[in-house]
Design a protein around this ligand. Structure first.
Ligand code: RP5
Length: 177
């Protein structure tokens, strides 16, 4: 019942492996914002699943997803939603897995509404929150979480950071030439 709504290209697909990360979103309109997360996970070779489930429109499906996530082998969930963005927090309340919320900028209020909806969780139910529309960081955080128990992923995040550093240093060199 988990739909791959936007499977990555066959050469980069990890769908044959058991997903470690679940990417969910409240609506297909969130997909453009969530695709960068899939790109990062593909880049690191991490198997993931991708689907739509809404806290308001499909509450039963959301609860089923959250309750089954750990048993199905997921290690982290990335949840994107906009407006009254209750999906990440509600999923966090129904699973013991780490949940990373991505505030999606909807048509009004510039995504600040989504950000506040996700970040202001009550004590006891943590939900990590990244910047508005920043699903890239959500994926990188998920990989860091995986890296605490899978050393190769920790090494890969270190390598990723080194590449970023070198990119900046190269730009400095060019500027100073
Ligand atoms: C939220 O409402 C979704 O996460 C989406 O960001 C927003 C608007 O959804 P649509 O009306 O575009 O389906 O639940």
């Amino acid at each position: 019942w988990i739909d791959k709504i936007a499977p990555p290209p066959p050469s980069q697909s990890h769908s044959h492996k058991k997903p470690l990360v679940g990417i969910i979103m409240g609506s297909d309109s969130d997909l453009p914002v969530m695709l960068p997360a899939t790109k990062i996970l593909d880049q690191f070779g991490i198997p993931y699943e991708l689907t739509i489930t809404s806290a308001h429109r499909t509450p039963e499906r959301m609860v089923k997803y959250a309750k089954s996530a750990a048993h199905r082998g997921l290690r982290a969930i990335i949840a994107g939603a906009g407006g009254a963005a209750h999906l990440p927090g509600m999923v966090a309340s129904e699973t013991s897995l780490p949940v990373i919320g991505v505030p999606v900028k909807a048509s009004v209020l510039d995504g600040v509404d989504s950000l506040y909806s996700i970040v202001q969780m009550p004590r006891g139910i943590p939900c990590a929150t990244v910047g508005i529309n920043n699903s890239t960081n959500a994926a990188l955080l998920a990989i860091r979480i995986l890296g605490t128990s899978i050393p190769n992923y920790q090494l890969a995040t270190e390598e990723y950071s080194r590449k970023l550093e070198n990119e900046v240093l190269d730009k400095c060199d060019k500027l100073e030439e």
